[in-house]
Design a protein around this ligand. Structure first.
Ligand SMILES: Cc1cc2nc3c(=O)[nH]c(=O)nc-3n(C[C@H](O)[C@H](O)[C@H](O)COP(=O)(O)O)c2cc1C
Length: 195
């Protein structure tokens, strides 16, 4: 059986921050199941914003050459994609949103050109951390769902962590680390073929 490719996308501007720590745990969980797990840190990826030129409508390719160029292949090859983002003003970080907007060319492949994006049976999830006791997670979840749907990935759910604010605070809540690891383990397991 081939090795499951798991791609973690970190959308925090803060290196080693709380959401990235949980993502790293999820990837460790995936690796423990024999998956090939890889993290991309968007803050260092030098990605500019989608310019809405719609040229991807003709061939599904983005005309901008930057840090996204190599990511498109990783995104279409991955069988599991985990997004992680802090809550910023009740939504995703701008770093993560900018990345998602640049996936418009993958949306175009599916919706405009009627092509499939990646192999069937791909799975995705969101990890999100907020500093308030009751952060608004629903906006981030809604965008993550839309993103995964656009790239032919089934949304499997989210791990949300409220009341985690200063850098490293997530280590004070070991159950979150455990839940993240379990999320990665679960996502990395292949679905059993129907009998
Ligand atoms: C610009 C900015 C906006 C934020 N907005 C929210 C918010 O709306 N709700 C919330 O609960 N926390 C908010 N926070 C707190 C972060 O979500 C929190 O510090 C989180 O732990 C950061 O995750 P990270 O370490 O992965 O970057 C905000 C922080 C910043 C810097």
């Amino acid at each position: 059986m081939s090795i499951v490719k798991v791609l973690g996308i970190s959308g925090s501007p803060r290196a080693g921050g709380n959401s990235e720590t949980l993502l790293a745990e999820a990837l460790k969980g995936a690796s423990s199941q024999g998956a090939e797990a890889r993290m991309v840190e968007l803050r260092t990826a030098e990605i500019t914003h989608c310019q809405g030129c719609n040229s991807c409508f003709s061939d599904g390719e983005c005309r901008i050459e930057d840090g996204m160029t190599s990511l498109y292949e990783l995104l279409t090859e991955a069988e599991v994609i985990i997004l992680s983002s802090p809550v910023y003003f009740s939504g995703l970080s701008s770093v993560m949103k900018q990345f998602i907007d640049r996936c418009q060319c993958l949306w175009a492949r599916k919706v405009v050109l009627g092509r499939t994006v990646g192999a069937p049976g791909r799975k995705g999830a969101l990890i999100s951390v907020g500093g308030q006791s009751s952060p608004v997670f629903r906006n981030s979840i809604s965008v993550a769902r839309s993103f995964f749907n656009s790239i032919d990935v089934e949304y499997m759910g989210e791990l949300t962590a409220p009341a985690v604010d200063s850098k490293g605070e997530v280590f004070d809540k070991p159950w979150l680390l455990r839940e993240a690891r379990e999320l990665g383990e679960t996502l990395a397991k292949r679905s059993e073929p129907a009998p």
